[in-house]
Design a protein around this ligand. Sequence first.
Ligand code: LLP
Length: 440
Amino acid sequence: MSCFPTPGFRYVDGRMRAEDVPLAAIAAAVGTPVYVYSSAGLEANWRAYADAFAPYRAADGRAGFQVDLCYALKANSNLAVIRTLAGLGAGADVVSAGEMRRALAAGIPADRIVFSGVGKTREEMAAALAAGIHQINVESLPELETLSEVAAGLGRTMPIAIRVNPDVDAQTHGKIATGRKEDKFGIDLSLARQAFARAKALPGLAPVGVAVHIGSQLLKATPFRNAFGKLAGLVEQLRADGIAIDHIDLGGGLGVPYRPDDAAPDYAAYAAAIHETVGHLGCRVTLEPGRSLVASAGLLLTRVNFVKDGLDRRFLVLDAAMNDLIRPSLYDAWHTILPVEEPAAGSPLSPVDVVGPVCESGDTFAKMRPMPPVAPGALVALLTAGAYGAVMAGTYNSRPLVPEVLVRGGEWSVVRRRPSFEESLALEQTPGWLSPPVGA
Ligand code: LLP
């Protein structure tokens, strides 16, 4: 069985490749750490959704029930990645003016963009109105009032969905569960009808949809089914109240298997849950998958700087750190770590801590991970890192922002380069009241 979660990466003649490109060649040319993405991996992930919903399309090619996939840019907003997904038919889910500009720059039509998020500014609302995007998902009464003012002030009407909080536990990590009543997201289900009545009365707003997003990295269909069922009930009530709901936005997509023994989520069961819970409403359905489209299509390529033997354990000190991939530090997330040179069959595994060079003990990618022998200077890959990897990277410890490479077949291209130290310094200036630095 392949240890790779995607068709994008594999060992060929004992060396790991991204499609047809040896990872060692990318490391030699670009340096490490570097994110490497596979176009074939992105396509395979897209196809998993397309295939799952295909049975629900009418035989004559018309949509049986129309499902729109709006890629959640927050997972990976590299322009080349967005453009690849746009080429496959993706719209966009954005949560800031910056993401909206990226979606537009990557060629996603404005009328396929949904704007989500709990704290949009007036400027962002005005930018969304000016761009003519498909829909804003509103998350609170103050946001409703503000958007009405901004839209009416510009003489425009904005189609909106109201995001409701269904109080459903997504059974995922607490930091990425978003649909419980104690979470900051959405308007409580019990207050939703009042919110819609208010939206209908306000100028500049066209309430056309309901939205929900209960969390990320869900591997089972049951919490989705619970939330979607509650939403369907709300649509029926709203229609009885005289509000013509014809859009329904079901939020982020499925989780991904990070560990080798995680069961792959069942896309067919997910599609069936959607069809069963909301299919009868005749609404246009929007999904906002992020992670599942990009996670397995990316890895973080890094070099072992030192192998350090402590009194208690052995450390592999990488040249990648928590500033490049924060998920293990922030969510105790697991990423499979493999040497780029395939270990000989039957190599003994011994437990090591895989760490970065940053000055915090939290800068740890894995603890007591069984690994084959890895020599200093060897390349290793942290798998399933295409989602919430590069986008969450920073420059802590004055480490340059990690670059990104996209592979397609035998071709590869740097799609975000590593900034130089001079470029980072050029963003800063020393105020005149500080004496010139020593040595200036
Ligand atoms: N729509 C909304 C409104 C969201 O808040 C999110 C994710 C998505 C869609 C996309 O969900 P996905 O398909 O990726 O599950 N940094 C965390 C994940 C944060 C997710 C935030 N919201 C991590 O690395 O696990």
